[in-house]
Design a binder for this molecule. Structure first.
Ligand SMILES: O=C(O)c1ccccc1NCC(=O)[C@H](O)[C@H](O)COP(=O)(O)O
Length: 264
């Protein structure tokens, strides 16, 4: 039986076919070349992590697991709030059908602040990666559970050719093995998603349980379900200093205040 991740990926394949009928890789490459240089997503996180929790604050209007999260939605205002609240980077959902996101939100958010931005979407094809740079993204997400090791390596290398940083996301030991098999070298971020994207179960222990299996040099980002200062402190005590946080900030009247309280 297919689950939500399979459904999303099937829709992505339709979107990719439609995109190929309206534009070409060559024209997207030209648009990508015309963009400002990337802002350095990994470097910004690394700098922030020296002093305390380094947060990628997520702009997410809705999600498959929670439905509508924030009705009053202004991507530029949210970006400015997150920057004031001390975010190191932004994450912007660009998927329309399942998250009510859009490329226009990434463009507006990036223009409203000086933070590096990741295009948060389900990227499984070269054209989506080049398009990410063409709309100004500084980093892309590659979900190991959505592809095999060879495809992961291929898309990672295409992203690096576009000067994009890469956040590779895993949820379990099998996906970690896929990342190891892909031999990506150094320089990528490893996201551990506490949410199972097929069942929506969210457990912070997911990150803590996988830590022992990782080389010490890996830059880990713990993703999903971070809601309380105690969650942040728990991760920091285990040596995890990078966080991807969406819903708990998006639900607050002032995301800036909420972020300041979360990271202390
Ligand atoms: O959030 C979902 O419901 C979801 C469903 C299917 C695929 C991906 C999904 N979320 C993407 C994410 O990983 C989160 O947006 C991100 O880690 C932030 O999580 P949170 O702080 O819990 O909003």
């Amino acid at each position: 039986m297919s689950d939500i991740l399979d459904t999303i990926l099937a829709r992505k394949r339709e979107e990719i076919s439609a995109l190929r009928t309206t534009t070409t890789l060559a024209s997207l490459r030209d648009q990508a070349r015309d963009q400002d240089p990337p802002r350095g997503f990994c470097a910004a996180l690394r700098r922030a992590a020296v002093h305390g929790p380094a947060v990628i604050a997520e702009i997410k209007r809705a999600s498959p697991s929670k439905g509508l999260i924030r009705a009053d939605f202004d991507a530029a205002w949210l970006a400015a709030e997150y920057e004031q609240g001390g975010a190191a980077c932004l994450s912007v959902l660009t998927d329309r059908d399942f998250f009510q996101g859009g490329d226009e939100y990434l463009i507006a958010a990036r223009a409203a602040c000086a933070l590096p931005v990741i295009r948060k979407d389900f990227l499984i094809d070269e054209i989506q990666i080049v398009q990410a740079r063409a709309i100004g993204a500084d980093c892309v997400l590659l979900i190991a559970g959505a592809m095999d090791a060879a495809q992961l390596r291929r898309l990672h290398d295409i992203a690096r050719e576009q000067s994009l940083d890469v956040l590779v996301e895993i949820h379990d030991a099998e996906e970690l093995q896929r990342v190891i098999d892909a031999q990506l070298g150094e320089g990528f971020l490893l996201g551990i998603n506490n949410r199972n994207l097929r069942t929506f179960e969210t457990r912070l222990e997911t990150t803590l349980e996988l830590l022992d299996r990782l080389p010490v040099s890996v830059e880990v980002v713990t993703e999903s379900g971070i809601a309380q200062p105690a969650d942040v402190q728990r991760m920091m005590k285990s040596g995890v200093r990078r966080f991807l946080v969406g819903e708990s900030l998006m639900r607050q009247p002032s995301p800036a205040t909420a972020l300041r309280q979360l990271i202390g």
